[in-house]
Design a protein around this ligand. Structure first.
Ligand SMILES: C[S@@+](CC[C@H](N)C(=O)[O-])C[C@H]1O[C@@H](n2cnc3c(N)ncnc32)[C@H](O)[C@@H]1O
Length: 335
């Protein structure tokens, strides 16, 4: 339910500082869906404890210049400005209405940060180079302009994920040769940058099981969907594949896991229920999504179940390379 501060200041404060994100926009400001209540969350004020975790990981010091991607309410930009001075903070927001709202809110609260209405994947060259770039929207691929616009030795901090597993915070250090090396330093889930979104929904009517390819698996669903480390690895190996869990309202511990690639019109599902070791699978479309997931799961298990501290991400002008390393995240890295 929308709530304006003037209507109930106490409740408003409670919601703003509760350990939960506050939704501030759906469907890019044009709510669709039943009753126009919106289908997708497209902007929010992040969970305050996540904001604190990220600012801590950013490790920004006096005199540093920071570019924030995803201004939204302007709250994180205000905290940055409080620490570094408004003149050292630039924030980019793709949505013009949100940008204008944040610009006014920041000016009113005494933090006149420069808010640019633009696509943050391009960074903001006029104020570069930066000591820190901080994205408050998730990426699947780190845009190279962020590396090019950061001082050597500077840092880029961003939520980093896949449609299968959106839940890691990556911290990169920029090298003198124009590349950046990153490690995973936290567990956060953010909405993706606009051009890196992949949305999926299930329409039972369009998913005809009678014509789908049927098989069985003995990989328990919670192993591929409930294990953070496995899901992180599967997401790397199986691109463009959101996973949706639909519990059966009529029976406990029973339901369906759906895997969907809307771009190729492929889907797979797997029914689960208690006290069984074999699960029915259906697959449809050009991709055999379940087979891909099962193969990726077995790869991860045979590689001795690497966790987030084993993944390394390298950004070059040619793109992003993700590898497994033998070394775990060095001690002293951000939390
Ligand atoms: C989770 S919100 C950020 C929260 C914000 N930092 C705050 O303090 O309220 C993510 C924001 O990123 C914005 N966004 C998405 N794609 C973007 C892009 N390509 N460039 C800039 N902003 C983008 C969204 O419009 C949304 O407002």
């Amino acid at each position: 339910m929308p709530l304006h501060r003037c209507d109930d200041p106490q409740e408003w404060m409670q919601r703003a500082y509760a350990p939960a994100a506050v939704i501030t926009q759906v469907d890019d400001g044009h709510p669709a869906g039943p009753g126009q209540r919106g289908r997708y969350i497209t902007s929010s004020a992040s969970q305050p404890n996540v904001v604190a975790l990220m600012l801590n990981a950013l490790d920004a010091a006096t005199g540093m210049r920071v570019l924030e991607i995803g201004t939204a309410t302007g709250y994180n930009a205000a905290l940055l400005a409080h620490r570094l001075g408004s003149q050292n903070v630039t924030s980019v927001e793709i949505d013009p209405d949100l940008a204008e709202h944040a610009r006014r809110a920041l000016a009113t609260t005494g933090y006149p940060v420069t808010v640019i209405t633009a696509d943050g994947t391009q960074g903001y060259p006029p104020h570069a180079p930066y000591d820190r770039i901080m994205s408050t929207a998730a990426v699947q691929q780190v845009p190279y302009p962020w590396v090019a616009q950061t001082h050597p030795g500077g840092k880029i901090l961003t939520p980093w994920g896949t449609p299968y597993h959106n839940g890691a915070l990556a911290s990169f250090t920029v090298n003198r040769d124009g590349t950046a090396e990153g490690r995973l330093v936290g567990n956060v889930a953010f909405m993706f940058l606009r051009d890196q979104r992949i949305y999926a929904s299930i329409d039972d009517n369009e998913c005809d099981q009678t014509t789908a390819r049927a098989s069985h698996t003995n990989v328990a669903p919670y192993r591929v969907a409930g294990d953070y480390d496995a899901a992180l690895a599967i997401g790397r190996k199986v691109p463009d594949c959101p996973v949706i869990t639909v519990p059966d309202p009529a029976a406990e511990l029973t339901g369906t896991l759906w895997f969907i690639d809307p771009t190729t019109d492929s889907w797979a599902n797997l029914h689960y229920q208690p006290n069984t070791t074999t699960y029915p699978v259906h697959q449809s479309g050009p991709r055999n999504l379940w087979d891909e997931i099962e193969t990726a799961y077995h790869w991860w298990r045979d590689a001795e179940r690497p966790g987030p501290d084993r993944w390394q991400i390298t950004i070059t002008p040619k793109g992003q390379r993700v590898t497994l390393t033998d070394t775990t995240t060095p001690t002293g890295a951000a939390p």
